[in-house]
Design a protein around this ligand. Sequence first.
Ligand code: DP6
Length: 356
Amino acid sequence: MKTVTCTAPVNIAVIKYWGKRDTGLILPTNDSLSVTLSQDILHSKTTISAAKEYSHDRLWLNGKEEDITKNKRMHNCFRETRALRQQMEQDAAQRGETLEPLSSYNVHVCSENNFPTAAGLASSASGLAALVFTLAKLFDLPSNMSELSRIARQGSGSACRSLFGGFVAWEMGSKDDGSDSLAVQVAPETHWPELEALICVVSDEKKGTSSTEGMQHTVNTSPLLQHRIKEVVPARMAEMKKAIHNRDFQTFAELTMQDSNQFHAVCLDTYPPIFYLNDTSRAIMKIIHEYNATSPDGKLKAAYTYDAGPNAVIYAPKENMREIIQLIAHYFPGSSDNYFVDPYKLFTSTQDLVSD
Ligand code: DP6
C-alpha cells in the first residue's frame, strides 16, 4: 500500500472564467486570470492510498462517503494520471526494471476543505487541484505543473489555476483536444507582497445554481457573453498582466471590479437569469466604492470581486487592510441568521502547493 497527503490552495479570479466551448473536456470560452490565496487558512487537504487489496475506488468528502461512480470529472483525473503512470511502468519494464503496478490498483480518496463547500469560495478549484497533485505524487509522475493543470482542468475548470501560487492565467487554447488549454504562472507569490485579500463570508449556504450548470445556460442564452468573450476579455487579459507586472494597483483594482460586475451582468443576461449576489454583497460593493471615493488623490484603495456566490473577496494593499476591516466591522457588527461577515480572515496573497 502507498499513501500520500497533499494540500492545495484556493484561487480567486480577477478575470473570470464563465462558459465552456467543450463541456466534456472542459475547454473555456475565454482566458481567465486569478490570484492564489495563502493556504495557511483556506485549503483542500487530500489523502490518497492505493493498494492491490482494494476492490474498488472510494471517496470520502468532508468525512462522508460519496458515490464515486457518479463523479465523471473525478474519473477523468483518475484516467489521465493512471495512463501516465502506466506508461512509466511500461517504460521501466522495457529497461528491465520493475515499478510497483500502482496504475492497476484501486484507490481510497479522503478529502476535506477547511471552509464552506460550494458557497462561491472556489472549493472545487482547490479540491480537484489537490486530487490531481496528490495522484501525481502517489504515482511519482514528473511534476510539470502546466501538464498537471491540463488534467486538473478536466476535473473542474478553475482547478487548473490552483496548481500554481501567485498570479495565474488559464490560457483557453485553440486545439479541439484541449492539449493547449492549461495554466501558466504570470508572476510568483513573492512578486507583490503588499497585496492582500480579505474574504467576507456573507453566507456559507450551498449556492442555488452550480457554476457548471449556470455557465452553460449563459452560453446558450446570453448575447452579452458573446460580446464579453470576443471584445472585452482579450484586451482585459493583456491589461491585467501588465498591471500585475508593474504592481499597478489602480489598474488591477479597476479591472477586477469591472470584470466581476460584467460576470454578474452576464448572469443577469442569462435567460432565465441567475442571481449570485444578495443585498449584503451589494452593500459591500457600495461600501468599497464609497471608501475609494474618500481617497485624496483619486487612487483606488480597494477592489471587490465575487464568484458564483454572495461572498466578497476584497483585494487591497496591506496598508489599507486595517481600515477596510474596521469599515466592514462597522457596517456588519457580528453575525445574524441572514449574514455573517468575518473581517478577520485576512490572507497574504499567495502561496505555493505543499506536499506533506
Ligand atoms: C465564477 O471551475 O467551478 O468561479 O469548470 O464547471 O467546474 P467547472 O466550473 P468552475 O467555475 C468557476 C467560475 C468562477 C470564475 C472563475 O473562477 O474564473
